[in-house]
Design a protein around this ligand. Sequence first.
Ligand code: PXG
Length: 283
Amino acid sequence: MIRVYLNGKLVDRDQATVSVYDHGLLYGDGVFEGIRIYNSKVFRHQEHIERLYESAKHIQLEIPLSPAEMIQAVEDTVKANNKVDGYIRLVVTRGPGNLGLDPRSCRPNVIVIVDDISLYPKELYENGLKIVTASLIRNHPNALNPRIKSLNYLNNILAKIEGIRAGCLEALMLNHKGEVAECTGDNVFIVKKGVLKTPPADAGILEGVTRNLVMELATKAKIPLLETTMTRHDIYSADECFLTGTAAEVIAVTDCDGRTIGSGKQGPITKQLREAFVKLTRE
Ligand code: PXG
C-alpha cells in the first residue's frame, strides 16, 4: 500500500483525504511540484523545493513548513515507500475554508505522494514526437504568470486536449505575442547550425528544472547556447528540436504542424544531450 504524507503524518493512500471545501479543489488555489526519484535519490531536490516556495510566495500562500522541513518530509515519504525509481507529487493547497474566493479562512494542506510516472512509449525516444501548435495561447504573464507552478493547469490541459484531438501527445504553446513559449508540460529547445536555443524565462514559461540541467550539460559539452525569442518559423526550420521535463526527460520532436524537423529523426545534439542526461540520472 502506498503511504502518503498528509500534514505531518504518513497515511495509507485510501486514508489520504482532504475536505471538499479545500480551495485547491474549489478554485485550483495552490501550488505543486513534480519530482523524479532515480536510484533512491530525490533528483534536483533543492531546486524543486526552491521553485515550490517561490510559487507559494507569489500567490501569498504561506507553507506551514520550512524548506528544510519540507525536504525532510519528502525524504521520509520516499523511504516509507521504499522507492528506488519513481515520481513525487508535492502539493500545497490553500486548504479548507469558507466558500468564496477570499483565502483568509484557509489553512494549507501539505501532501506528498510517492508513486510512479508513465513515460511516453519507448519507441518515441528513438523516433521522436509529433506535436501541433495549440490555438490556445499560454497564460499571459500579467494574468497568471506561467512561472508559478499553480494547481490551476486548465490552460495547459486545454492545449493538451487540442494536441490529442490532432493525434499528437504534446502541443506547442505560443505566448500572447505569437512567440514560442513551451509545451503543455515541457520546455522547448531547438538546434540551428550547431547552436542550442531555448525561449527565455520572460517568454512566459515555467523555468523547468530539466531545462536548467540541459543548459548545464550543454555548457559542459561546449555546445553554444542561446536563450532567445523564437517563432514557429524557427521550429519548422530547425535542424533539431527536443523537449525537456521531469516526466518526459529529454525527447526529440521530429514533426511540428506537419513540417518534418531536420532529418525527421532524433538529431545528433539531441542524442548527445539525452545520453548525458540518462548517464547523470541512472548512475
Ligand atoms: N513547462 C510546464 C508548463 C510544466 O508543467 C515543465 C515545463 C518542465 O519543468 P521541469 O521542472 O519538470 O523540467 C513542466 C513540468 C505531469 C507532469 O504530471 C508535468 C510536469 C512535470 C512532471 C509531471 O504531467 N510539468
